[in-house]
Design a protein around this ligand. Sequence first.
Ligand SMILES: Cc1cc2nc3c(=O)[nH]c(=O)nc-3n(C[C@H](O)[C@H](O)[C@H](O)COP(=O)(O)OP(=O)(O)OC[C@H]3O[C@@H](n4cnc5c(N)ncnc54)[C@H](O)[C@@H]3O)c2cc1C
Length: 288
Amino acid sequence: MKISADAYPTTVEVPSTLSAVNELQNQHTMIISGGTILQINWEAGVEKPKHLISTDKLQELKGISAVYLEGQLNLKIGAGMTIAECLNSPIVRKNASILAEACEKIAAPAVRNRGTIGGNICSKIGDTIPALLVLDAQLSLYNGELEYMISLREWLTKPNPPSSELLTSVYIPIASTNLPNYSFFRKIGRRESFTAAIISIAGYIVFQENHIQAARLAIGGGAHLPCRLTSAENELEKAVEDIKWPLLYEVIQDDFSSYTDPFVTAEYRKKVAANLFIANIKEALNPK
Ligand SMILES: Cc1cc2nc3c(=O)[nH]c(=O)nc-3n(C[C@H](O)[C@H](O)[C@H](O)COP(=O)(O)OP(=O)(O)OC[C@H]3O[C@@H](n4cnc5c(N)ncnc54)[C@H](O)[C@@H]3O)c2cc1C
């Protein structure tokens, strides 16, 4: 199926199989899902590609289900599911509640109804990414020949993932621990909603009696490349009474690169992040 208009030099191909995607792809094509980020880029003056390949009809990118992957139960979310579908999915809310929280904080309903989780991840700046990082998400990508798996964490470190690779699904291990655990997602913007984040943070902490057995902390939002804060995680994985809070405050700030823009300095973002992580970790340790 091809939609084109003489007055508008961009064509949109809408394939219904992965092999058809492969046949259509060349160095001049670009994948489009909801188009909500691409639209912003084009309005900002970024040149439109001549050929777009829409993911709209690809059934491989649809659906949310629980599946076994190498013996581990996982939540499988098709990359073409909208942010609203993820937010409203009972299975997501039950097994990956912080992903639902992140989705709830993205834009307004009209954008959430159009934008997809795949587009959010592939933008590399989406607010779902910190939540997915602490959930230890894996990605399934189609490279034109086959689908392969890669951890989200590793994929983010690749400088320029080939634009020809299609994200098909996101896999989130369904936690099987009986130990008490606590997770959080927080987004700080310049206004309450509808704005790009100054920072978005996520955390997942597992306790064993008075000991933090596992900690995963991640940051993203704004133009940050999302990442895990591994030094801060190491500082946390110990008996609670041994945690050195002033040191943790410094380690969190050293653990990620930030930037200054006309509104907010890098130092301010780092301080906000450290305060926010520490407040949420302390709340986990001393629930009201
Ligand atoms: C008013 C407004 C407010 C917004 N607020 C937020 C916000 O608060 N937080 C936030 O995170 N985002 C926000 N966004 C950005 C955007 O809406 C979301 O990130 C959305 O999830 C992007 O998904 P999409 O399907 O529209 O991506 P698209 O625009 O279709 O694509 C984005 C990028 O991903 C690539 N891509 C898309 N799908 C795939 C795939 N399956 N495989 C490989 N590459 C792919 C595209 O080539 C493109 O480079 C906002 C946008 C608008 C317009």
